[in-house]
Design a protein around this ligand. Structure first.
Ligand SMILES: [Cu+2]
Length: 341
């Protein structure tokens, strides 16, 4: 099913479900409004009250297709050229990445919320050997890195909420994923097909959210900084990100729709994977990493009377400025379920 169809389906489901649930929901005291959480792709956007626990599941799917070089679209011929001259043996054609994320939040006090998140990643990349036109689909799957974060409330009155985040990403995801390419033996896959960073990463951020009666908005600034190099002698680029969103609640504030904008700057990979002696395509080339991008999104959040939250966000990459040549991002989707008690 196409993401946009899933989106329409869930919107329809939520709206019809609420006509039914409306009578009973008006008798209950609702814990919060749907837009007290940011669009679902944003992590660590809210904190909890003392002793509250939240379990969450997110599913993210994205696809990359066609070529991008700098800030303009590129082509197959350019995708074969090495930055310092010569040609790669093969060319990536498309890539899909599906990620399942399980998270838990717990607040030991009103001031501090602890958060842990693990993931399972499933990636696929289609490549073509230029010489004879042979095609191959490379696969990698397994657990990703594990992120542990503490959120500290800075200001938390009824409408304005500010909190800071500090965390650590543990290198639980493999960086030695291999698959058979066009030779007889397995070879180490490119950087985007590896499941983790291989390094301990410092996560930090600050989130502002303002809830007005008829709308809400928020801003989150965050970064991922790698500590040193991993045991394969490289480190992924650091990430600096800003997320802004605007949401409008309706349906007794139990449903909200949002628009969002994300700016993400990631620096180039430093060093190179020691198990990639010959770079066969730009997917294995550290020079083809790092970008500045802007994504826009539309989302929906909904709280059921039993405190289960459901959310969907449809993400539209709009501007992308990449180093060297890379695959270009298509529209993606994040679906989430959250349950607090
Ligand atoms: Cu939570």
């Amino acid at each position: 099913m196409k993401p946009i169809r899933i989106f329409i389906f869930i919107l329809f489901f939520v709206l019809t479900n609420n006509l039914i649930a409306k009578e009973e929901s008006s008798k209950l005291v609702m814990p919060s409004r749907a837009d007290s959480h940011a669009p679902i792709s944003i992590m660590g956007d809210h904190i909890h009250k003392a002793k509250e626990v939240m379990i969450s599941y997110r599913y993210m799917t994205m696809k990359m297709d066609d070529y991008q070089s700098g800030s303009s679209s590129s082509n197959y011929t350019a995708a074969r050229k090495k930055p310092l001259g010569g040609f790669y043996m093969s060319v990536p054609e498309e890539m899909t990445k599906n990620m399942h994320m399980i998270g838990a939040m717990y607040a030991p006090s009103d001031d501090i919320t602890l958060m842990i998140m693990g993931s399972y990643i499933d990636s696929e990349m289609k490549i073509k050997k230029h010489m004879n036109g042979a095609k191959k689909t490379l696969e990698s799957s397994g657990f990703g890195d594990t992120k542990i974060t503490a959120l500290k409330s800075i200001d938390h009155d009824n409408d304005l909420k500010i909190h800071a985040a500090l965390g650590l990403s543990l290198p639980t995801g493999s960086i030695s994923k291999k698959d058979i390419m066009f030779g007889k033996n397995e070879e180490t896959l490119g950087y985007g097909m590896q499941l983790g960073s291989g390094t301990f990463d410092v996560l930090s951020g600050v989130t502002f959210a303002n809830l007005q009666k008829k709308y809400s908005y928020g801003l989150q600034l965050s970064s991922v900084l790698r500590i040193g190099k991993n045991n394969k002698e490289y480190s992924l680029g650091d990430i600096y990100q800003s997320n802004a969103w605007f949401a409008v609640p309706f349906n007794d504030s139990q449903t909200s729709v949002s628009i969002g904008a994300r700016y993400k700057f990631q620096t180039k990979i430093e060093g190179s994977h020691k198990d990639i002696p010959n770079i066969m395509s730009f997917a294995q080339d550290p020079d083809s990493s790092g970008s500045k991008r802007v994504d826009f999104s539309v989302g929906i959040n909904h709280i059921f009377p039993n405190k289960i939250r459901i959310a969907l966000e449809y993400i539209m990459p709009t501007y992308n400025d990449v180093n060297s040549v890379q695959l270009d991002s298509e529209n993606g989707m994040v679906f989430g379920l959250q349950y607090a008690y």
